[in-house]
Design a protein around this ligand. Structure first.
Ligand code: CA
Length: 304
C-alpha cells in the first residue's frame, strides 16, 4: 500500500486526479491551496468529488489562501466560476477537517516517515510553508510528484505554467529543499495527455458514473482549451498521478538541476540545466515524454 497526500486547488482535472489517486493510493489527506478558483469553492469541490465516489472517510484540510510573495491570480477563465464545469450545485454534507494543511503535512510525514508520497498538482505554497516550518520534511517524504513548470511555452504566461507562475517563490523553495522530486511539466502533459475529440467521445460513450462526471467536470476547460487552439482539455494532474502509479508511462526524462525564475516577464519559468552547464547537483527528474496511448488506456480504465 502506498500512502499519499493529494495537495490540490480542486477544479476540473484536479477532480479527476483526486478520484484517480483515491483509487490507486491510500490517500490519508487532501490539502487545499490557493489556485484555480475561490479557496472555499476548491474545498467544496474536493469534498464533493471524494464523497460522490464514496471516499467520504478521506479528510480535507485547508491550507494557504494566498501565495507566499505574489498576488493570487485565479484561473476561472479556464475552469469556469466554480471549477466544476457543468456541475452547478456543489453541495456537500461535511466541512473541512480541523488543522492547517502545512501542519497536517508535517504531522503525516512524521507518522508515515519514509513511506509518504505527495501529489503536488497545484501551486506549491502548502509544501513550501511546511518545509519552512520544519526543514527535516524532505528527508521524511518518499517522493514528491510535481505537476508544474514550463520551459518552452507556458499556459499562464508565454513561458510559465500556472502552478509555478502563481507562486514561483514557493516552487523555488520546494525545488531546492532536498525532496526526491519528479516533475511532470506542462509541455509533456499537452503532448501526451490531451483529451482530443476522439478520446472525449470514447470517454462519453462509457456511460459510467465516473465517465459522466469526467465529461461534466471538464466541459468548461475543454471549451477554453479549444478557444486557445488546443485539441482539447489537458489532463495534467491525472497524468501526474498516472505516472506515479505506472512509471512505464515515462518514455523519456531528464535528470538535472531545475530552478524557477522569480522576476520580471519570465516569472514562473522553469529552467532545466539540460547539459549540466553549471555543474550543480541535480535536484529533480523532469518527465519529458510519456506514452500517450498507455495514458489513454489508463484513464479509460479509471473511468470504466
Ligand atoms: Ca491543480
Amino acid at each position: 500500500m502506498r500512502y499519499a497526500i493529494f495537495d490540490s486547488d480542486t477544479a476540473s482535472d484536479d477532480a479527476i486526479a483526486l478520484l484517480t489517486s483515491a483509487k490507486f493510493f491510500r490517500l490519508i489527506a487532501v490539502t487545499i491551496v490557493a489556485g484555480n478558483v475561490d479557496f472555499d469553492q476548491q474545498v467544496r469541490n474536493a469534498i464533493f468529488t471524494l464523497d460522490y465516489f464514496g471516499y467520504d472517510e478521506i479528510p480535507v484540510y485547508q491550507g494557504a489562501r494566498r501565495p507566499i510573495m505574489g498576488k493570487w491570480e485565479y484561473a476561472k477563465e479556464v475552469h469556469g466560476e466554480n471549477g466544476m464545469g457543468e456541475i452547478q450545485e456543489v453541495n456537500v454534507k461535511r466541512s473541512a477537517s480541523i488543522g492547517f494543511a502545512p501542519d497536517v503535512i508535517l504531522e503525516m510525514a512524521e507518522r508515515y516517515s519514509g513511506e509518504l508520497e505527495i501529489f503536488a498538482v497545484s501551486p506549491l505554497t502548502n509544501i513550501a510553508l511546511a518545509y519552512l516550518k520544519d526543514q527535516r520534511l524532505p528527508k521524511k517524504i518518499k517522493k514528491l510528484w510535481i505537476m508544474g513548470g514550463a520551459f518552452s511555452r507556458g499556459n499562464a504566461s508565454p513561458i510559465a505554467e500556472y502552478n509555478f507562475w502563481v507562486d514561483p517563490e514557493a516552487a523555488s523553495l520546494v525545488l531546492n529543499a532536498g525532496f526526491d522530486i519528479t516533475i511532470v511539466p506542462w509541455e509533456t502533459c499537452e503532448l501526451g495527455a490531451t483529451v482530443d475529440d476522439s478520446f472525449w467521445n470514447e470517454i462519453s460513450s462509457l456511460k459510467t458514473k465516473a465517465s459522466e462526471f469526467f465529461v461534466k467536470v471538464n466541459s468548461k476547460m475543454r471549451n477554453y482549451s479549444k478557444r486557445k487552439g488546443q485539441k482539447g482539455s489537458v489532463q495534467t494532474d491525472t497524468l501526474t498521478v498516472a505516472v506515479a502509479y505506472n512509471p512505464n508511462l515515462i518514455l523519456e526524462s531528464i535528470r538535472g538541476k531545475v530552478e524557477v525564475e522569480t522576476c520580471s516577464m519570465s516569472r514562473g519559468a522553469m529552467l532545466v540545466d539540460y547539459y549540466g552547464l553549471e555543474g550543480k547537483e541535480p535536484n529533480a527528474t523532469v518527465v519529458s515524454r510519456i506514452d500517450g496511448q498507455a495514458f489513454r488506456e489508463f484513464l479509460l480504465d479509471v473511468l470504466s
